[in-house]
Design a protein around this ligand. Structure first.
Ligand code: SF4
Length: 213
């Protein structure tokens, strides 16, 4: 089976397994997603949601957050870890958004990468979730499962994104990555994948390499 055919089967199987594919972070506006993904670095989504509930209530617009006091924001976001750099990036990115983009989050990856604290993973998530554009969100689950399946052969997120873009239908990539997260938490768990219960085992390189497969 070639990689393109395998990618199509993976998409189909995961669509059936996880009909609802959506971002695991809570947000109502594009700027809020930009803030949430920055806070999510080395932090759980559940904790980010708890913190942003407080942050977005106190600062309900990008402009309000851009004008916020550093120490106040730092105290709110500190439970997410890396408080100093996250506070600095959030304030700088909201300021840039308001001053240079009239508060409208850009819809292309290259422009998003200019914002403080926004990397390829965040930029892909924003263009995919907010604007419905082709996106591959190469987080830890996506990279790990793609490699186990044989859809990618690298742990480098930029290279993995490129390899997945070559074989996944453009309009399927964003939801596929959301489903990789769900599958990585429920079945293809790091260091103890539950291959016997996996809907992907028939076309997974790792499962096929196991004794008795
Ligand atoms: S068969 Fe096993 S290794 Fe392959 S995707 Fe499923 S759980 Fe992960």
């Amino acid at each position: 089976m070639d990689r393109r055919e395998k990618a199509r089967k993976v998409v189909e199987a995961l669509e059936k397994e996880y009909p609802a594919a959506k971002c695991t972070l809570s947000y109502e506006d594009a700027w809020q997603l930009m803030v949430s993904v920055r806070l999510a670095a080395q932090c759980t989504d559940a904790r980010v949601d708890t913190v942003t509930a407080v942050l977005f209530e106190k600062y309900p617009t990008a402009a309000a957050l851009a004008a916020a006091d550093y120490d106040d924001v730092f105290e709110i976001v500190r439970p997410c870890g890396l408080g100093a750099s996250k506070t600095r990036d959030i304030l700088a990115s909201m300021k840039m958004l308001c001053e240079e983009y009239c508060g409208i989050v850009p819809d292309d990856i290259d422009t998003l990468l200019k914002f403080p604290g926004v990397g390829r993973k965040s930029a892909n998530l924003i263009v995919g979730d907010i604007y419905g554009k082709p996106a591959i969100v190469c987080d830890t689950h996506c990279i790990r499962i793609s490699n186990l399946l044989g859809l990618a052969d690298t742990s480098d997120p930029v290279k993995a994104e490129k390899q997945l873009r070559e074989v996944v239908e453009p309009d399927k990539g964003n939801d596929l990555c959301h489903r990789f997260v769900l599958h990585g938490r429920a079945v293809c768990i790091a260091r103890r994948p539950q291959c016997g219960n996996c809907c992907l085992r028939a076309f997974c390189d790792h499962a096929q390499s196991l004794p008795g497969a």
